[in-house]
Design a protein around this ligand. Structure first.
Ligand code: ATR
Length: 289
């Protein structure tokens, strides 16, 4: 019979930037749960050993961050449907010695979307900028939730096309298309778009220019940037100027964490406490750097 220690944590390399320890430790305290959440910096050659140690030590749950979300899958006993489709795991639960992998990134996005805009992705057309790991998680979940139509615009068209192929193979009812971000293709479809989502890292730096022409933004489009630092990227600023409803990446980060916490403990954590902790921490440390 597996014995657990009351330990949660995150594996990454590097991992010191992670805000998850603040969020999770705060809610454990708030809910009077005896867990402690620790950041573990794992060298690439040690990932397999580190995952084994979850089982051996009886650690209850682990988050996975860069650069291991894909690589970690080979070491797990079971992988959820969503994580398999996305091809990445961000949450592991130790279930009596069996390690089960989940991906809460996509679902975290959906929860943030639904909470902020009081609507669901079904009957909405999305334009996703970027075709990396975050895009894959969001797009897969949008397809599972029955989004009406999805366009993926990416600098490297083949990366967008690969996501389209994977989705078509596994969720065949999805209507999904790849676009070249460097061409004018976006101009032809922009009038159909209900929700624009930036999943690239462009916007993190003050010097970053917009990825799309700001004339394409309007008050008819919801604009989401999954970047949370800065809290308002140039894209969100410009979208606001045009009267669009906007959302940054803080709530997605909160909800992916909340879903992981629920997987580990069976307890729905207080979202507002997580959100406040995250913002306080960002304001006190990161934004002052
Ligand atoms: P993550 O896992 O966080 O999503 P990633 O996998 O590195 O990060 O993906 C980054 C995304 O940002 C990709 O879609 C990338 O485009 P490419 O597929 O062409 O590499 C996009 N991206 C990064 N820098 C960019 C830039 N300067 N202009 C446009 N897109 C960029």
């Amino acid at each position: 019979m597996q014995k657990y220690i009351n330990l949660l944590g995150i594996f990454g390399y590097p991992v010191s930037h992670s805000l998850s320890p603040y969020m999770h430790n705060k809610i454990c305290k708030e809910l009077n749960l005896p867990y402690f959440y620790v950041p573990f910096e794992i060298l690439p050659e040690n990932l397999g050993f580190a995952v084994k140690s979850i089982r051996i030590l009886g650690i209850k749950g682990i988050n996975i961050t860069i650069p291991y979300k894909e690589k970690v899958m080979q070491y797990l006993d079971k992988i959820s449907k969503e994580a398999k489709l996305i091809g990445a795991v961000n949450t592991i639960i130790n279930d009596s010695g069996k390690l089960i992998g989940y991906n809460t990134d996509g679902k975290g996005f959906i929860k943030a979307f639904e909470k902020n805009f009081k609507t669901t992705p079904s009957c909405k057309t999305f334009l996703i900028l970027g075709a990396g790991g975050a895009a894959k998680a969001i797009i897969t979940q949008l397809c599972l939730e029955g989004a009406k139509k999805i366009f993926i615009a990416n600098r490297t068209l083949s990366n967008a096309k690969n996501i389209v192929l994977n989705i078509k193979k596994n969720i065949p009812y999805s209507e999904i298309y790849a676009l070249d971000l460097n061409s004018n293709e976006i101009n032809n479809i922009i009038s159909e778009i209900d929700v624009l989502v930036n999943t690239t890292s462009i916007g993190m730096k003050k010097t970053d220019a917009l990825l799309i022409n700001n004339e394409l933004l309007s008050n008819k489009t919801i604009v989401i940037d999954i970047i949370y630092n800065p809290r308002e990227t140039l894209l969100l600023k410009e979208a606001k100027k045009k009267g669009a409803k906007t959302l940054n990446g803080i709530d997605m980060l909160v909800f992916q964490g909340a879903l992981a916490f629920e997987i580990w403990t069976g307890v729905k954590p207080p979202i507002e406490v997580m959100r406040k902790t995250l913002i306080e921490h960002m304001f006190n440390t990161i934004e002052k750097r």
